[in-house]
Design a protein around this ligand. Structure first.
Ligand SMILES: Cc1cc2nc3c(=O)[nH]c(=O)nc-3n(C[C@H](O)[C@H](O)[C@H](O)COP(=O)(O)OP(=O)(O)OC[C@H]3O[C@@H](n4cnc5c(N)ncnc54)[C@H](O)[C@@H]3O)c2cc1C
Length: 291
């Protein structure tokens, strides 16, 4: 059966929002097309209108602003992968980017598309959850900010209304001395992760943990922030036993799914191992009292 849809190019966020509003739930934004086009090809998405946002030149920025790294929705994964600013300001994001798909996917895929698509094992949503990033969305009634934990609702579902677009994401900028690590279990390089763990750690001058952030992917319908592990680490001297305990605490109550790639049981058994690996590497990389 032929797939037929109308295609309109927006030049501003307001134009995109107006087109989405006019067509209700029948319209979809297209950015890099790396997730949407496969869904359309498989018949899993059947939009009547595609609103192309690639011509909105204002959404291509990467800049430091008020203690954050602000990134426009249309910035491609590949641009971020090669950005010194990203490496300096948000090394956890820099570490995760090369793990996304292959070079062709990263050449086209956008950060706004990855966040809006909300795949629970995608690298960028996992980093956004780990660091408590903020997304900005624009709709017919103006703009609003949402925390990553409020933005990701469930599998492939966000808090975006059908007439809203995501315009930017802001990651807290890192202080020098922060140790980071992103570890994922994949069958082949570039595959979507079976499970993944992202960690960021700061150490006080005496070597105790002064700040810990950990998020897991592939264990729930959205990336999961491991608050229990972070509080367990806070103020304590890191060591293999404490890290093992924190990794286990991070996985309490996880609810992974079985699919063609891996069973829920396999994910459940691998999650604490990858949490431990990410925490161990982040602690090794952190420098006490720096920053
Ligand atoms: C072979 C292959 C391998 C891949 N491997 C990985 C991987 O390992 N890890 C990973 O994370 N991703 C992977 N991806 C997905 C890739 O990262 C996509 O680029 C990304 O998920 C979506 O970005 P996009 O710009 O292509 O979005 P699109 O495909 O254009 O859109 C995706 C969804 O987001 C919506 N959308 C896009 N931009 C906006 C916006 N600004 N505001 C509101 N809604 C918006 C669209 O309506 C659509 O629903 C892979 C893709 C392919 C084809």
């Amino acid at each position: 059966m032929a797939v037929i849809f109308e295609f309109r190019a927006a030049r501003t966020p307001a134009e995109a929002v107006a087109l989405l509003k006019e067509h209700g739930g029948d319209a979809k934004v297209i950015a890099g097309g790396q997730s949407l086009m496969p869904l359309i090809n498989l018949g899993l998405a059947q939009p009547k209108l595609l609103v192309d946002i690639n011509g909105i030149t204002d959404l291509g920025f990467v800049e430091r602003r008020d203690g954050t790294l602000a990134i426009g929705a249309l910035v491609r994964h590949r641009t971020l992968e090669h950005s010194d600013l990203v490496r300096q300001s948000c090394p956890l994001l820099a570490e995760a980017l090369p793990l996304i798909g292959d070079r062709q996917v990263r050449n086209r895929g956008t950060i706004g598309g990855s966040l809006s698509h909300a795949d629970p094992v995608a690298e960028i949503p996992t980093v956004a959850t780990c660091l408590g990033a903020t997304v900005h969305v624009e709709g017919p009634n103006g703009g609003r900010d949402l925390s990553a934990s409020d933005f990701f609702v469930t599998y492939l579902t966000t808090a975006l209304e059908s007439d809203e677009i995501l315009t930017e994401v802001r990651f807290p900028t890192f202080l020098a001395g922060t140790g980071v690590s992103f570890k994922e279990l994949v069958r082949r390089k570039g595959d979507f992760a079976i499970v993944a763990a992202a960690a960021a750690i700061r150490l006080a001058p005496d070597g105790t943990c002064s700040e810990a952030h950990l998020a897991l992917a592939g264990v729930d319908a959205t990336p999961r922030q491991a608050d229990a592990a972070a509080s367990l680490l806070q103020g304590r001297m890191p060591g293999p036993q404490l890290i093992e305990e924190a990794a286990k605490a991070a996985c309490e109550g996880i609810d992974p799914e079985s699919d063609v790639i891996a069973s829920a049981d396999y994910r459940r058994s691998m999650a604490p191992i990858f949490a431990r690996r990410a925490l161990t590497e982040a602690f090794e990389r952190a420098r006490p009292g720096v920053g």
